[in-house]
Design a protein around this ligand. Structure first.
Ligand SMILES: Nc1ncnc2c1ncn2[C@@H]1O[C@H](COP(=O)(O)OP(=O)(O)O)[C@@H](O)[C@H]1O
Ligand SMILES: [Mg+2]
Length: 246
C-alpha cells in the first residue's frame, strides 16, 4: 500500500547562511495493508521528519513515496500536487502528531463530530460515534463538553488519537502515540490501533515503548546515522522482501 524509495530530506537554514542540515538519507521500505512498521531511534535522528515527509507537511528533497489509493491509483506523495494531498488527507491518510495542538474553544465531542461531518457523515450519527470513541479512549463524560485546552497531556493525546482513528484511515502515521499515557490508557489506545490494523490499514509509527512495539509492530527499523536500519523481524516474509529491495 505504501512503498518508499530513496526518500531524502535536507533542511536548508537560510537564516544561517543557507547551511544544510541533513534530515535523513535514502530511506526505502514498504508497508502492506494490515501491517505496522515501527520506527525507533534516538531523539533528533529524523523520525518525526520522516513521518512529516510522508504526510507532506515537509516536502522531501528526493525520492518517492508511492501510495496505492482506495481506487487503485498509485500516487507519488513526494511530488503530488497540493490539492491531491489535501484530498487524500481528507479521505484516506491520517496522522497523529507528537505534540497535540488544540483547536481553541471547540469542545472535545465537537472536535470528533466535526471531523466526521466534514466528510459528509450526518451530524446525529457523527455525534453518537464521537461519544463512542471518547468512551473508548477513556475520556470521562464530564469532559466531553469541555475545551481540551484544559485537558491533561494524556487526555489531549487520547483525544488526538480518537480524532485520527474515527475516520478509519487506510494509511495512518503515528508519532509516539503512546508516549505520555499510563498503562491503562496505553492498552486502550493499542487495542484501537490493532483494530484498525486488522481492518487492513497500513501504518508507520514512531515508538519508544517496547511493549507497544511487541504488541503492534510487524516490522521494526531504527534510525541510525540518517538511515533506517531493519533490526528485528517477526514475519517470515521479511527476509524475502528485504532481498527484493537489494
Ligand atoms: N523544520 C525544520 N527545519 C530545520 N531543521 C529541522 C526541522 N525539522 C526537524 N529538523 C531537524 O531535523 C533533525 C531531526 O528532527 P526530528 O525529525 O524531529 O527527530 P526525532 O523525531 O527523531 O526526534 C533535528 O536535527 C531537527 O533539528
Ligand atoms: Mg520526534
Amino acid at each position: 500500500m505504501l512503498q518508499i524509495e530513496n526518500l531524502e530530506k535536507e533542511f536548508i537554514m537560510h537564516i544561517r547562511g543557507d547551511a544544510e542540515i541533513e534530515g535523513f538519507d535514502c530511506i526505502s521500505f514498504s508497508a502492506k495493508a494490515g501491517t505496522l512498521i515501527a520506527v525507533t531511534g534516538p531523539s533528533g535522528s529524523g523520525k518525526s521528519s520522516l513521518l512529516k515527509c510522508i504526510y507532506r507537511t515537509y516536502t522531501p528533497t528526493g525520492g518517492h513515496t508511492y501510495y496505492t489509493c482506495e481506487d487503485g491509483n498509485v500516487v507519488d506523495l513526494a511530488v503530488a500536487e497540493p490539492w491531491e494531498i489535501i484530498r487524500l488527507r481528507a479521505t484516506e491518510i491520517g496522522y497523529v502528531s507528537q505534540f497535540f495542538s488544540v483547536i481553541p474553544r471547540v469542545s472535545a465531542i465537537d472536535i470528533l463530530t466535526n471531523t466526521q461531518t466534514a466528510r459528509g457523515i450526518p451530524s446525529k450519527s457523527a455525534r453518537e460515534r464521537a461519544a463512542e470513541y471518547l468512551e473508548k479512549v477513556g475520556i470521562s463524560p464530564q469532559l466531553w463538553d469541555m475545551y481540551p485546552a484544559t485537558f491533561s497531556g494524556g487526555e489531549k493525546q487520547r483525544l488526538n488519537i480518537a480524532n485520527a482513528l474515527i475516520t478509519r484511515p487506510r494509511l495512518l502515521l503515528l508519532d509516539e502515540p503512546t508516549a505520555s499515557l499510563d498503562a491503562r490508557s496505553k492498552e486502550w489506545v493499542m487495542n484501537m490501533i490493532l483494530d484498525l490494523k486488522q481492518e487492513g490499514a497500513a501504518m508507520v509509527g514512531v515508538f519508544h515503548d517496547e511493549i507497544a512495539i511487541e504488541t503492534l509492530a510487524d516490522w521494526r527499523y531504527e534510525m541510525r546515522e540518517r538511515q533506517m536500519v531493519p533490526i528485528d523481524y517477526k514475519m517470515d516474509y521479511a527476509q524475502e522482501e528485504l532481498a527484493a529491495f537489494a
